[in-house]
Design a protein around this ligand. Structure first.
Ligand SMILES: [Zn+2]
Length: 243
C-alpha cells in the first residue's frame, strides 16, 4: 500500500545498482528530478558488466570499457555528478566483507541523505546479483554509519532514508511524469544492452518500432506504479527509515 510520496529532494543521494542500467530502470526519473532540483546525485555500479551480452564471441575487456562509457553517458542525461565503478565480477556478486568495505567507502565519501538500491527480498527473481546487491547495500549502510566498522575509512556517515526499487512491497512513490523522457533517454544510452534487455535489434528493419515499443513499455510501468497514488506516472519504492 502506498503511504507516502515525493520526498523533499535531498542534498545528496546515492543509487546503487548491480549492473549497468539497473539504476536507470529502478529510479532514473527520480534521480533526474532530484538532480534538476539541485541534489548532488551519485551512482555506484557494483559489477563490471562482463556477462551482459548474448554474443559468445564478444571481447569482454572491450565490452566492459564500452559499457562504462554508456553508463557515463546515461549519468550525464540524468544530471548525475559522479559514477563509482566497483567492478566486481558480473554474475558472481556476493555480500562479503570486502564488498561491504568497498561500498561503505563510497557511502562515507558521497555522504548521501538518501540511498536507493535493489530490494533483496523480491520474490521469484532469477538473477543472483540483484538479491546480493540489495543485501550488500543494506549491510554497507550499517557499516558506513557505525565507527567500529572499517575505522581507517574516514568519518562514519548515516543516511536518513533507504528507498528500495523493484520492491516486493511498495509503500512510497516518486512522481515521474516530467522526467520519464529523461529516464528513457538514459536507458537508451546503454546501446550494448538494446538487444538483450530492451528488445531492440538495431540491425533489424523493425528497429524504430522496437524502440517505440520499449518507450511504451517504460511508460506503462510508470503508469502502473502511479495508479494507486493518483499520479499519471511514478517510480515506486519500499521506504525504510530511520537507518
Ligand atoms: Zn541487473
Amino acid at each position: 500500500m502506498i503511504e507516502s510520496q515525493n520526498l523533499t529532494p535531498p542534498t545528496r543521494a546515492l543509487a546503487v545498482g548491480a549492473h549497468f542500467d539497473d539504476i536507470e530502470f529502478g529510479c532514473g526519473a527520480t534521480l533526474a528530478k532530484w538532480a534538476s532540483a539541485g541534489t548532488e546525485v551519485h551512482c555506484c555500479v557494483l559489477t563490471d558488466g562482463s556477462k551482459g551480452t548474448w554474443d559468445p564471441d564478444r571481447d569482454l575487456a572491450n565490452l566492459v570499457a564500452e559499457r562504462r562509457r554508456e553508463q557515463e553517458a546515461a549519468a550525464d542525461v540524468l544530471g548525475v555528478k559522479a559514477v563509482h565503478f566497483l567492478e566486481f565480477v558480473d554474475g558472481e556478486l556476493v555480500d562479503g566483507i570486502d564488498q561491504r568495505a568497498a561500498l561503505s567507502a563510497v557511502i562515507r565519501e558521497a555522504k548521501p541523505d538518501v540511498v536507493l538500491g535493489h530490494d533483496p527480498w523480491k520474490r521469484y527473481r532469477v538473477h543472483p546479483d540483484h538479491a546480493a546487491a540489495g543485501h550488500l547495500t543494506i549491510n554497507a549502510i550499517v557499516a558506513a554509519r557505525d565507527p567500529h566498522f572499517f575505522p581507517n575509512q574516514g568519518e562514519p556517515h548515516r543516511p536518513t532514508t533507504l528507498l528500495l526499487f523493484e520492491a516486493e512491497e511498495q509503500d512510497h512513490v516518486e512522481d515521474a511524469e516530467t522526467f520519464l523522457e529523461k529516464k528513457v533517454e538514459a536507458l537508451l544510452a546503454h546501446k550494448s544492452q538494446w538487444k538483450s534487455t530492451m528488445g531492440i535489434d538495431e540491425d533489424s528493419p523493425a528497429a524504430a518500432d522496437q524502440r517505440a515499443a520499449f518507450k511504451v513499455q517504460i511508460a506503462q510501468a510508470a503508469r502502473a506504479a502511479g495508479q494507486h497514488a493518483g499520479l499519471a506516472s511514478a517510480e515506486a519504492f519500499k521506504r525504510i527509515e530511520p537507518l
